[in-house]
Design a protein around this ligand. Structure first.
Ligand SMILES: Cc1ncc(COP(=O)(O)O)c(C=O)c1O
Length: 434
């Protein structure tokens, strides 16, 4: 179908929530590795991976084979009412590769539902209802997810669930306390105690956080943060839920799960996105005593579908066999070094930050007002990259942060190409020629 016709049908029949990034939406038809192609044959390097989901690359042969093998059995769906080997094997694998203590998995079709189940589990196991999440955090779009998220752009409903309190995000570029890291005494972390004292009865069900906030604008949590906050939460009876939906499966390099680099063990962990390379799957994995404390019935029709579990097993195998975690670290360093050069060169680049293959550029307005967000510059940069055949993401409370999260298989040569395109786009933005 011709693109204009597609766009017209999109406007007529798709909900406005079916949001497109670009003014003129791009239709993607084919993909291989880090490359995708639109309906007219234009190729793009995909540095967003369907929102950090295509972890081992588009059309990975081992994932495709595993799914086809599963589909050929005719058993596409079983629901959690029946056993299926792929689901059990995946649960076993996850217990082996997640931090010590995490052992029992519950499968859902998405990350948002994994969050929801994690919170329910924490509430049932503790008997408490207060939950702490971070301003600038994001954990999905269920009704509960909408309460947990700390960005007004995603909270178009009044607060429905009592008990969610937002702690200041450890967002050093825009510190809520006006400090400069590391000479800040980690006031944001210690403030969690005050938040509990002033806004709760002192009994906490859970604290949920991402090691690197994704949608919030790729904000890595400082190294000391969790070491301070998690004991505070434990002292008030609560559990630490680590949201690894974006940071998991090796994206940060060095370790399989982001939180392992902070030296803190979560009580519950959620994952989705990259775990099955795009096949729908969410996971809530918990310590056995927490997992076993659930009561009543819980059900997700598509939770742990055989083909999604087969895809996840193949994805995890590919990450191990192809050394993709190590690749994320190595190529991530090259990416980061060049982004730091951009920071020194372009006055409208306010901050660059990230970890492994999860990096960001935050655009600001040049002028008297320090660090004033420049969402229009981010939009121009994105558009300019698109014209030059590069797909990237955008996020942050002000929409001024560029999000870079390519498949973990991106090569050194490909990342240098990406950086070349970004440099051209930055020059074009500076010159005002787009
Ligand atoms: C950190 C994080 N948690 C949870 C979710 C929700 O996952 P899903 O969109 O699969 O519901 C997302 C989605 O972007 C996410 O980035």
């Amino acid at each position: 179908m011709d693109i204009e016709q597609l766009r017209e049908l999109q406007n007529r029949y798709l909900s406005p929530w079916d949001k497109q990034y670009y003014e003129h939406s791009i239709d993607l038809e084919r993909g291989k590795g880090v490359l995708v192609r639109d309906g007219r044959g234009k190729k793009y390097i995909d540095c967003f991976g369907g929102v950090l989901t295509t972890s081992v690359g588009h059309g990975h042969p081992k994932v495709t084979e595993a799914v086809i093998r599963q589909l050929k059995t005719g058993m596409i769906h079983t629901s959690t009412v029946y056993l299926h080997e792929a689901r059990v094997r995946l649960a076993q694998k996850l217990a082996e590769i997640t931090p010590d203590g995490l052992q029992k998995s519950y499968f859902t079709p998405s990350g948002g539902e994994a969050t929801d189940r994690a919170i329910q589990m924490a509430m049932m196991a503790t008997g408490n209802t207060d939950i702490i999440s971070l301003c600038h955090g994001y954990h999905g779009q269920t009704l509960l997810g909408k309460q947990l998220v700390g960005q007004k752009t995603w909270r178009e409903l009044p607060s429905l669930v009592a008990g969610v309190k937002h702690a200041p995000h450890p967002y050093c570029f825009r510190c809520s306390f006006g400090h400069k890291y590391p000479g800040c005494g980690m006031e944001c972390a210690h403030y969690v105690q005050e938040l509990i004292n002033t806004t709760t009865e002192g009994r906490i069900a859970a604290f949920i956080a991402e090691p690197v906030a994704g949608i919030g604008g790729i904000i890595p949590v400082p190294k000391e943060y969790f070491e301070i906050v998690v004991p505070i939460i434990h002292a008030h009876g609560g559990f630490f839920i680590c949201d690894e939906v974006q940071t998991g499966v090796g994206r940060l390099g060095e370790t399989m799960w982001g939180i392992e680099q902070w030296g803190v063990e979560p009580d519950i962990m959620t994952m989705a996105k990259g775990i099955a390379n795009g096949f729908p799957l969410g996971v809530t994995i918990a310590q056995p005593e927490i997992a076993n404390a659930v009561r009543g019935l819980n059900f997700a029709t598509y939770g742990g579908n055989p083909f999604s579990c087969a895809a996840a097993l193949a994805t995890l195998q590919a990450i191990e066999d192809e050394g993709l975690m190590e690749n994320a670290e190595r190529v991530g360093k090259i990416l980061r070094e060049k982004l730091c050069e951009f920071l020194d060169t372009y006055g409208f680049v306010g901050d660059v930050r990230g970890w492994g293959l999860m990096q960001s550029i935050e655009f600001i307005k040049e002028g008297d007002e320090p660090n004033k967000p420049a969402p229009e510059t981010a939009a121009q940069f994105m558009e300019s990259c698109r014209e030059r055949g590069l797909l990237i993401g955008r996020g942050g409370l002000y929409g001024n942060c560029i999000r870079i999260g390519p498949p973990l298989c991106i090569t050194e040569e490909e990342i240098r190409q990406v950086l070349e395109v970004m440099e051209q786009a930055l020059r074009a933005v500076r010159a005002g020629v787009l």
